[in-house]
Design a protein around this ligand. Structure first.
Ligand SMILES: [Zn+2]
Ligand SMILES: [Zn+2]
Length: 245
């Protein structure tokens, strides 16, 4: 394999920029995606937002085209798809870079549907074991720019970190036999199913223990004679219990 030197890489970059500039001058439809930084139903959604300019072709397919933050840097098309999953968008039709008309601003996931989604997903990120209930995005399993429907069946709630994993991280989602979903990384390895911790309230638990006459301290769970933990044996036991090899 021949590695390109700095000069070749610079020339390749210049070629890409020239192609991008030429593409931007062509007649095109352009999406503006307003990705809100607040939670659903939060009035701050409209106050804090980022604006992304994306060519419709770049959003729908692996085509080159404008894909950048407003007054900011270029971003990856997959990042734009993530931001557009759950955002307010409107279309600007341009001719030779001159805006001709602008459509109405609409939310990709209407509020009523968002509420139904939160009710179905219990207002929680659906990544295995994640308990995040804040800053959730409604992810289109098949992106709306690629023909996916904005329907309950095609939507799933993710926190920002896990939403990023299914877009930029290359993770895929598939249906389980039990009706749930399963995730695989880009190498096809399934993400282990991790149950969420049961809901609880530390103060209520302390009160319950007090009423039951239990004296629980930092030493309650201590056992053994103070020897160091055998990490190898601990891992072997956990593997044997969970069946994960
Ligand atoms: Zn998404
Ligand atoms: Zn999450």
């Amino acid at each position: 394999m021949v590695r390109a030197g700095p000069r070749e890489r610079l020339e390749a970059l210049e070629d890409e920029l020239a192609q991008l500039a030429a593409h931007m001058n062509a007649a095109m439809a352009r999406w503006l995606a307003y990705a809100s930084l607040g939670g659903a139903g939060d009035s701050s959604r409209e106050r804090s937002q980022i604006v992304v300019h994306v060519d419709a072709a770049a959003l729908a397919a692996a085509a080159t085209g404008r894909c950048e933050l407003e007054n900011g840097p270029v971003i990856a098309a997959e990042t734009a798809r993530r931001l557009a999953c759950d955002a307010a968008t409107f279309t600007i039709t341009e001719q030779d870079g001159v805006p001709l008309s602008a459509g109405r601003k609409t939310r990709t996931v209407p509020l009523a549907l968002r509420r139904a989604l939160e009710a179905r997903d219990d207002g929680c990120c659906q990544w295995p074991g994640c308990t995040n209930r804040r800053y959730l995005d409604a992810h289109h399993r098949r992106h709306w720019a690629r023909g996916g429907q904005t329907s309950l069946d095609n939507l799933i709630l993710f926190c920002w970190a896990h939403h990023r994993l299914v877009h930029e991280g290359g993770y895929t989602i598939e249906h389980n036999t039990d009706g749930g979903v399963r995730f695989r990384n880009r190498h096809g390895i399934a993400v282990p199913s991790i149950p969420r911790p049961p809901p609880g309230n530390a103060d209520a638990l302390r009160e319950q223990s007090r009423q039951a006459g239990l004296k629980i301290t930092e030493k309650t769970n201590r056992n053994g004679t103070g020897e160091r933990m055998d990490l190898g044996m601990t891992v072997d036991v956990l593997v044997a219990i969970t069946g994960c090899a």
